[in-house]
Design a protein. Structure first.
Ligand code: ATP
Ligand code: MG
Length: 398
């Protein structure tokens, strides 16, 4: 029945002179999402809206599913598209549409409607006011049980007269946010846990392109733990497009810290080195910020004092979208974006292997820095090696 979709967007409409950049990015993301759908599509842009016309058979559910992952889409309207025709014939089409969509519903309960017409094709015989009245009357003739309510109708049937005629009335909610790539790029510290994939998703929803880094510590962390991170990146890439995942071998550095620093400070010092390396990768890859899944008070390394000490090594801004979220809320998002089941698989992550029984919860920056000097001899070389042996995996949705 449907052969087009009208894509409505909200926030990108307010970007003034740069609006076209946002629209172009959205068109690009839509085209990318459609690549994975069967069928031929034409995506076109008119002021304030984007149309998607199917030029062949296609799978409706698949298209809706893919579009519901494209940030920047506020709503998706399935459209019946018919050739341009005189008003009488146009009415027949709209009445037919109305019957197919609501024929059953209007018999069962009181329903009100209005017709909302737009005539972008100025040569058309009736203007929008005339069309509203004309089409509305025909619907009333065909369905005497419905009522008209121009202020608060149950159903608004939109009729757009363009080079073809577009008829629609339903809006399927999109994910909202802004098109990926319109707000710069971030380097996501992606572990195998619940939090960091959710963070990446949240920031991407605000228009950031995402690269990711995973600190891998073989043999203390297994290949399965690494695969789990790749699988999580895959899930996130269903929303963001391809993710460049940097796998950094962290074993030597971790052992070196373990051997030379107090064990209760191990996690915090390790986190400082993760942030330092992530920042180097970010700069090298033209990302403007770091993103983590940290949340106040979750573990010893996420007390306010610990976060301050971790943050101290960074000059780039660190985005922590989950900072004030309760775990339950994070879990709910991870279920919604389908990362939860992967995140809870049991494989160890590199932090848990070396965790001290009583890690510091109120680290003192001066003391931490003093202990980091124990690493002066080899740490720069180790970081260099870690960056040189960076394994880059381009992760895309299957
Ligand atoms: P998550 O659920 O995302 O693993 P967490 O609650 O386990 O988070 P931590 O282990 O303290 O918390 O890690 C805090 C943040 O540091 C993570 O959200 C992630 O951004 C980053 N991080 C931790 N371990 C790694 C790792 N091995 N590789 C990359 N980033 C990591
Ligand atoms: Mg973790």
């Amino acid at each position: 029945m449907f052969s087009s979709f009208l894509i409505k967007y909200a926030e990108i409409g307010i970007k003034g002179k740069n609006r076209y950049l946002f629209e172009d990015a959205l068109v690009r993301q839509i085209k990318y999402a459609l690549k994975k759908c069967d069928g031929e599509f034409v995506v076109s842009k008119t002021p304030g809206r984007i149309y998607l016309d199917a030029e062949s058979e296609f799978d409706y559910d698949q298209v809706i599913e893919k579009l519901s992952h494209v940030f920047g889409i506020w709503g998706i309207c399935p459209v019946v598209r018919v050739p341009l025709c005189p008003p009488e014939e146009l009415c027949e089409k709209v009445v037919d549409y109305f019957g197919r969509m609501y024929g059953e519903q209007v018999k069962e309960k009181e329903t009100t409607f209005k017709v909302f017409s737009r005539r972008s094709n100025k040569g058309y015989a009736l203007d929008s006011m005339e069309l509203n009245a004309f089409v509305g009357e025909k619907i009333l003739d065909a369905f005497p049980e419905v009522g008209v309510d121009v202020h608060n109708p149950d159903i608004t049937v939109t009729v757009e007269v363009r080079d073809k005629i577009y008829i629609y009335s339903e809006i399927i909610p999109g994910p909202g946010g802004m098109p990926v790539g319109t707000n710069g790029k971030g380097m996501l510290l992606l572990s195998g846990g619940i939090d960091s994939p959710v963070s990446g998703w949240m920031v991407a929803k605000r228009g950031l392109k995402i690269d990711a880094v995973y600190f891998h510590a073989p043999p203390y962390t297994s290949e399965r733990a690494k695969q789990k991170v790749i699988d999580l990146a895959k899930k996130v890439s269903a929303y963001t497009g391809p993710i460049y995942l940097h796998v950094i071998n962290f074993t030597e550095i971790q052992l070196y810290i373990y051997e030379n620093c107090p064990h209760e400070e191990l996690t915090i010092i390790m986190r400082r080195y993760m942030m330092r390396i992530a920042e180097m990768l970010a700069v090298e890859n033209e990302a403007q910020c770091l993103i983590t899944g940290e949340s106040i008070g979750q573990v010893a390394s996420q007390t306010t004092q610990s976060l301050a000490v971790t943050n101290e090594v960074c000059t780039l801004p660190v985005f922590r979208p989950l900072i004030a979220f309760d775990k339950e809320d994070i879990v709910n998002i991870s279920k919604k974006i389908d990362t939860y089941e992967t995140s809870i698989l049991p494989f160890e992550d590199c932090c848990t292997i070396f965790v001290a029984k009583h890690p510091v919860t109120k680290p003192n920056l001066g003391i931490i820095k003093r202990h980091e000097h124990n690493l002066d001899e080899k740490i720069d070389e180790m970081i260099k090696t870690a960056l040189e042996t960076d394994e880059v995996i381009i992760v895309t949705e299957e």
